[in-house]
Design a protein around this ligand. Structure first.
Ligand SMILES: *Cc1c(COP(=O)(O)O)cnc(C)c1O
Length: 386
């Protein structure tokens, strides 16, 4: 149990701890098992033993899932083999053939691909909506609309959504609200309190935090918990103890790491905002960001991931800038300890994203902020001179 007065740093230290069952060890050990021996036939038939078979969970997986549930204020959390799998699983747990899904236009690219391929094949129709829609989402509802999916801020373009208004409109039509909460993390966006029914994380990113695990989670409120847990069981989805152990180890330092990521990102984004090569910075924690008021109302912080819209420079100039970086690696993913930078490409079908020039995405890692700033300064010089 946690009390409201306890801060995330404190809570993250002990959530999911099972010391009493493990000779006082502070970390729940890694259980590698398929078979779990039961005392007798009655116990086997009852199905009531706390652990019955590896695929249905071990103390290691349960430790991690309980920890996320506590931080999310959820009735149940399930762990999945990747963030994308968590997204697919969450959607399929609520939608069936003949249903309609409202999907935010600024969603993570592979989420769109999943909707346009697998979901379509299984008879679920997707309509994309403008991330700034708010309560007006009501106008897009059809008789068969089963769920509304949010991602705030949006992938690559960082629009903040009015999640509470969307959730209220959805619940009035008895539709479920799903959200990709990877950017906000369980620390900075209390999704369930804001009206979300299923909060999804690419745990690969900040939760694991060390770029050594692929994992996803879905946290459900009371109303959605059984259906989600049954569905994961029916599909036989499972994450091994080694990965859950690493994820829980990452989680212990999540609030501390986030503080530093935020500090560095604020420093870099403020500096970039004043640079002549930059058209605008996409980071809702900046007072000048169009999503700032909503972010301030609903979020408790901002992570280290942001976008930069450059002035109209050529692809060649952007490539020269990025290729020459010393501390910012070129790679997918984010949320680890390391700084990253990529050129952004994204698709829109419901609305337009206005950008004066090329868009890049930056992850501010845990390196010294002065070193990162100097690296960016040299990068902008290459951008200008190419
Ligand atoms: C990376 C990412 C995912 C997918 O996570 P994987 O673990 O790579 O499958 C989902 N949503 C967002 C916003 C992401 O950035």
């Amino acid at each position: 149990m946690t009390s409201d007065s306890e801060k995330p740093e404190t809570i993250a230290i002990s959530v999911g701890r099972m010391s009493e069952e493990h000779f006082g060890t502070v970390n729940t050990p890694v259980y590698r098992t398929s078979t779990i021996l039961l005392p007798n036939v009655a116990s086997l038939k009852s199905g009531n033993a706390p652990y019955v078979y590896g695929r249905r969970g071990t103390p290691t997986t349960r430790s991690f899932e309980d920890a996320i549930s506590t931080l999310e204020g959820a009735a149940r959390t399930v762990s999945l083999p990747s963030g994308l799998n968590a997204i697919a699983t969450a959607i399929m747990s609520v939608c069936r053939a003949g249903d309609h899904l409202l999907m935010v236009d600024s969603c993570y690219g592979p989420t769109r691909h999943f909707c346009d391929t697998v979901l379509k094949r299984f008879g679920v129709e997707t309509t994309y909506y403008d991330p700034s829609i708010g309560a007006d989402i009501t106008s897009l509802f059809q008789a068969n609309t089963r769920a509304v999916y949010c991602e705030s801020p949006g992938s690559l373009t960082f629009e903040i959504q009015d999640v509470p208004a969307i959730a209220e409109a959805a619940h009035a039509r008895d539709a479920s609200v799903l959200m990709d909460n990877t950017w906000g993390t369980p620390i900075f966006f209390p999704a369930l309190k804001r009206g979300v029914d299923l909060s999804i994380h690419a745990a690969t990113k900040y939760i694991c935090g060390h770029s050594d695990v692929m994992m996803g989670t879905i946290s459900a409120n009371e109303k959605h918990a059984k259906r989600l847990s049954d569905f994961v069981g029916e599909l036989g989805l499972y994450v091994g103890g080694d990965d859950c152990f690493l994820a829980l180890r990452g989680l212990r330092t999540l609030p501390v790491r986030l503080k530093r990521h935020q500090e560095t990102a604020l420093r870099l984004t403020r500096w970039l905002s004043g640079r002549p090569e930059v058209s605008r910075v996409l980071y809702p924690a900046l007072e000048t960001d169009p999503g700032h008021a909503l972010w301030k109302r609903d979020f408790l912080g901002a992570c280290g991931l942001f976008g930069v819209v450059l002035k109209p420079f050529s692809d060649k100039a952007v490539t020269a800038m990025i290729d020459g970086m010393r501390h910012f690696g070129i790679g997918w993913s984010w949320g680890g300890y390391e700084s990253l930078i990529i050129p952004s490409e994204f698709e829109r079908t419901a609305c337009k994203f206005n950008a004066a020039g090329p868009v890049i995405r930056v992850h501010a890692g845990l390196e010294d902020p002065d070193d990162l700033l100097a690296d960016l300064e040299d990068g902008l010089a290459r951008l200008r001179s190419s």
